[in-house]
Design a protein around this ligand. Structure first.
Ligand code: AMP
Ligand code: GLY
Length: 423
């Protein structure tokens, strides 16, 4: 089989490493891939947003199956376009991808179908938004409606900060058209859990839970990032909470999408907060999380490509999806300065002993060297019998990768360890 993977980050690298294990796979192309993915797939310099070029490439290279991983092409309708020319895909179509593409859509969906989430209002008028803010308790959360690379969320501690956030999104357009409408939301507290789930619209199978670390600095300080590290499973996500989430959030969401005529097929990501009033949805994503995938897939024992194809062919109910009972930890190594500005072009060295555990996110090949080209450069994952060992082993492996200015958090998994100790 010829497989096409659309995307070029650490998540796509993890997907490709898993898909490669299937014996029916002859060739994997990554569009655009990156300098590290190039070791595992043929990378072609086509943007993940250039749907015309992707479809053209897929036809010319006799692609048998495509995996569309990032939010942008999914929201733009990449799956619809590939399906139109007869290429089966993993990922939701455009109608279903709106669950991530518009926060206003997803919030209204949750309200309509009584799926637990933070109280909210949606505004398209700046003055109305400000009037509403004046009547609310602080802190409060201000979100740009559309895609904003995980950065369109501001937690305002004071009314002034909240108004500033609304103005920067609606008037300053810091997130472009994504800020034409804003969601203003109640501030929730509690541990966060990420749950990815396979669904074909009829059956939904949650994967192992995980915990992201979104802030750039140790102790959850500093700016929000795309994710500085992950662990799995998430110790806060007990069996009892998992059952509650399945019954009150996961299945109701799948059914709500069906009722709206937007059947979701692919990986549905639930960003949850376990509040004192029960689990609530913070966000939906229409795709695998990054860097959650880099800990979830290494723990998956079933064949990823077979599961994906079962989703596409709507026969998920007939197969089993198994996960190991071990733990995993992924530490992201970023360019110094990220998420603000950072240098590029620094030569990356990865010791052979750890290359299987490294998922490259931001690198290109220049004159035969792998050099940094992004903020998050790579992730290093370790799997072990206990979370404590997985963390230790991941940090040992981090010493085997290097580039000038490499930066990583030193406390990935520590909050989870403390939660385990408290049990
Ligand atoms: P999102 O992009 O919606 O996942 O938001 C990014 C991060 O902002 C989340 O992972 C939370 O840590 C935080 N956040 C979002 N919404 C809320 C909320 N209603 N209350 C508290 N924190 C929130
Ligand atoms: N790790 C969060 C996300 O993928 O959106």
């Amino acid at each position: 089989m010829n497989i096409l993977v659309v995307g070029g980050g650490g998540r796509e690298h993890a997907i490709i490493k898993s898909v490669k294990k299937n014996n029916n796979v002859d060739k994997i192309y990554a569009l655009p891939g990156n300098g590290g993915i190039a070791k595992d797939a043929e990378c072609v310099d086509i943007s993940a947003k250039d749907l015309d070029a992707i479809v053209d490439f897929a036809i010319k290279h006799s692609i048998d199956y495509a995996i569309v991983a990032p939010d942008d092409p999914l929201v733009l309708g990449c799956v619809d376009r590939l399906n139109e020319v007869g290429i089966p895909c993993f990922g939701p179509d455009k109608k279903a991808a709106i669950i991530e593409g518009s926060k206003a859509f997803s919030k209204n969906l949750m309200k309509k179908y009584a799926i637990p989430t933070a109280k909210y209002e949606v505004f398209t008028d700046r003055d109305e938004a400000v009037e509403y803010l004046k009547s609310q308790d602080m802190p409060i959360v201000v979100k740009a409606d559309g895609l904003a690379l995980g950065k369109g969320v501001i937690i305002a501690l004071t009314l002034e900060e909240a108004i500033e956030a609304v103005d920067s999104m609606m008037l300053g357009k810091v997130f472009g058209a994504s800020g034409d409408s804003v969601v203003i939301e109640e501030f929730l507290t509690g541990p966060e859990v990420s749950v990815l789930a396979f669904t074909d619209g009829t059956t939904l199978i949650p994967m192992i839970s995980s915990m992201d670390h979104k802030r750039v600095g140790d102790g959850d300080t500093g700016l929000n990032t795309g994710g500085m590290g992950t662990i799995a499973p998430n110790p806060y996500y007990t069996e009892e909470i998992a059952r509650l989430c399945y019954d009150t959030i996961f299945i109701p969401t799948m059914e709500a999408m069906n009722s709206e005529g937007r059947k979701f097929k692919g990986c549905l990501y639930f960003g949850l907060m376990l509040t004192p009033n029960g689990p609530k949805v913070i966000e939906y994503n229409c795709r695998f999380g990054d860097p959650e995938t880099q800990v979830v897939l290494p723990l998956m024992q079933s064949d990823l490509l077979e599961v994906m194809m079962a989703v596409t062919e709507e026969r998920l109910a007939d197969i089993e999806v198994k996960f190991s009972d071990k733990s995993a930890c992924c530490v992201i190594v970023a360019s110094g300065g990220y998420p603000a500005s950072y240098p590029k072009g620094k030569v990356i060295t990865i010791d052979d002993s750890v290359s299987d555990s490294v998922y490259v996110a931001g690198a290109s090949i220049v004159d035969g060297d792998m050099v940094t080209s992004g903020g998050r450069v790579l992730g290093v994952t370790a799997v072990s019998d206990t979370l404590e060992n997985a963390i230790k082993c991941a940090y040992d492996k981090v010493t085997k990768v290097d580039f000038e200015g490499a930066y990583f958090r030193h406390d990935i998994g520590q909050k989870a360890l403390r939660a385990l100790e408290a049990k």
